[in-house]
Write a protein that binds this ligand. Sequence first.
Ligand code: NDP
Length: 353
Amino acid sequence: MRSKAARSPSHTTSPSKMSLKFDTPIRRDSRKRHNAGVRRLRLGLANEAVYDVVIVGSGPAGLTSAIYTSRANFKTLVIGGALWGGQLVLTSEVENFSGFPEGVLGPDLMDDMRRQAERFGAELIFEDATSVNLSSRPFKVSVRNQTYQAKAIIVATGASPRWLGLESEARLIGKGVASCATCDAAFFQGKKVVVVGGGDTALDEALTLAKFASEVKVVHRRSQLRATRIIQERAFKNEKISFILDTEVKDILGQERVERVRLKNVRTSEESELQTDGVFIAIGQEPNTKLFEGKIELDEKGYVLVRDGSKTSVEGVFAAGDVQDLRYRQAITAAGEGCKAALDAGRYLEEHP
Ligand code: NDP
């Protein structure tokens, strides 16, 4: 299972993905809540109080933190992002989150976490945080023109899909270029698609796409896949899926829609073109830390540096989930880290009421 931590302020999502997401029941529900959050912001009701904890992000890390802090009677606000729920809301079946022997749908799992946090009194706003001020206590987190004060902050903004960075990729997003098969695979019924990447995400995307597409070609830049053995075996067994190894996608061709990709074999430098209707980019993720640049210490890849559990370089600010975890990136580890951050924040608040 992929780590699916918080979709967040700097989250990159294709237009097609967004519209599809809001068509699902969970998205309609979140839209209602989002509107309620906006109403509350307009009334200006939320900013007078100082929260014990403000959690930025609403994936498994953020919502688990919220369950723990609110259950411990700390006044808790979750600024969950306009696309709340983290990357799990973009998946279908989650088979390795313990406690679900038959698996669980990612959106259902996140909805349950949200309801569990609300049950203990956590307040949730479905808006993106737009700025933070960590220079003095109480800290401040702004959502557009509304500012919330916090004695402690938990950063759980997760990570977002990485893109190749081609001009044609940006131009054709939603016109055949996508990054979420669960969201967009149904558009490719009977069509040919290319998946770029060699990790678990790429093969997961390929398997999802194979339920709809007539053929799926996985293009990977090395001769060996990075994906775990069990996922590789599933992909190898699927007759619709084939592999083009040692190959990079140099360009995506097509004016109105994706028509072809230009490939380059990295061993021979030979270039070729491949006809395709869609290109799914599945090459990993970037941490959502733009909001915190220059405010807390980040590593050279942009992930939040934590020490001694979940502590960041600013006392009273903690981090959990994919935003600080390049290595494990699992929903279950994010949830565990959310718990740790909440306990660390709780201890800090007892010492600094
Ligand atoms: P990974 O970092 O594991 O893999 C990224 C892949 O993309 C690599 O094969 C990498 O190539 C390739 N890549 C990176 N940048 C580029 C680029 N610019 N051009 C071309 N190729 C590129 O990311 P994933 O998203 O696949 O997985 C993230 C984590 O989530 C992992 O821990 C994974 O195990 C987990 N996961 C688990 C799932 C499950 O259990 N069902 C499903 C999905 C994810 P190279 O190999 O050369 O570095």
